[in-house]
Design a protein around this ligand. Structure first.
Ligand SMILES: [Zn+2]
Length: 295
């Protein structure tokens, strides 16, 4: 048993092959866990039944092992918080949904995609979800007839104007204003799949994760997750958001169609160390020059 209470996690989604950006972030998570003498948990975030594929889940494990990352709990090695596949942990999400419903924190949203597009809310720059105009908020009190979350989108009512602040261990103090930087966000999807924000909060708490290491594209997600954590009365993990690997024009590798997969580099004969070298700016510069990564 590790003496340290530190529990970190690797939480990839099996929707494609892992690329260099993933390798850099997961390597950082591994190093932080090692530095703390902690436990590293591998969680397969295979919530989306349409996009998740078992072959990619197998490839994630294989490629991260090849890179040299070791975890102590996961779908391949088991552990005290099994199962480590999100698709098999629905009950934890349903329980969280029930608490949010009973606490009056969420409401069913029946807006169609078209309704939302017509509402013409200002596009929210750099964010994944447009600001919800709040037209279903009046349903906040009408949740008792819903025994299950199925059938509609469920949204969390954010406290408009509240400053949500947290200290990122790498990026320092952060703050976001609820209702301005993000609006009422979906916690459960109409197609009966828990949304990312809810699943992450439910699983991190159930698996007693103490530090969340992930890419900086999820920095603002932390603010939403802190609202869920507070509503559910859960402990707050520490956050450490990594730089995203960008090419020399500042475009994220993950956003490029030719983001180099670990699988391809491995097949081309690159060593794990050569791949990890690309995680630092000089290494990336060289990789671009050599055409390993094409700008
Ligand atoms: Zn609505």
């Amino acid at each position: 048993m590790p003496a340290s209470p530190y529990r970190g996690r690797l939480a990839p989604s099996p929707t494609g092959l892992l690329h260099i950006g993933h390798a850099c972030t997961f390597w950082t998570a591994y190093q932080r866990s090692l530095a703390h003498g902690g436990t590293l948990v591998f969680r397969n975030e295979d919530l989306d039944p349409q996009r998740s594929k078992p072959k990619f889940a197998e490839a994630m494990i294989e490629d991260l092992r090849w890179l040299g990352i070791q975890w102590q709990e996961g779908p391949d090695v088991g552990g005290p918080f099994a199962p480590y596949e999100q698709s098999r942990r629905r009950e934890f999400c349903v329980e969280a949904w029930r608490k949010l419903r009973d606490g009056g924190f969420i409401y069913p949203c029946t807006c169609s995609r078209k309704d939302l597009a017509n509402a013409a809310a200002a596009p929210n720059e750099g964010d994944d979800e447009p600001l919800y105009p709040g037209r279903c908020r009046e349903k906040l009190g009408e949740t008792s007839q819903h025994d299950t979350p199925a059938g509609v989108n469920w949204r969390f009512r954010v406290p408009d104007g509240e400053d949500i602040a947290f200290d990122d261990l790498r990026l320092g103090p952060q703050h976001y204003v609820a209702g301005e930087h993000f609006g009422d966000f979906v916690v459960w999807r109409r197609d009966d799949v828990p949304a990312y924000q809810l699943a992450v909060v439910a699983d991190d708490a159930a698996m007693q994760i103490t530090e969340v290491v992930r890419g900086a594209d999820l920095l603002q997600s932390a603010a939403r997750q802190l609202l869920l954590i507070r509503a559910l009365g859960l402990p707050i993990p520490a956050y450490y958001h990594c730089d995203l690997v960008c090419d020399e024009t500042g475009v994220r590798l993950a956003k490029r169609h030719d983001a180099v997969s670990l699988r391809r580099l491995r097949e081309q004969g690159y060593s794990p160390q050569a791949v990890l070298n690309i995680c630092n700016p000089l290494g990336l510069h060289n990789a671009l020059e050599q055409g390993i990564v094409r700008a």
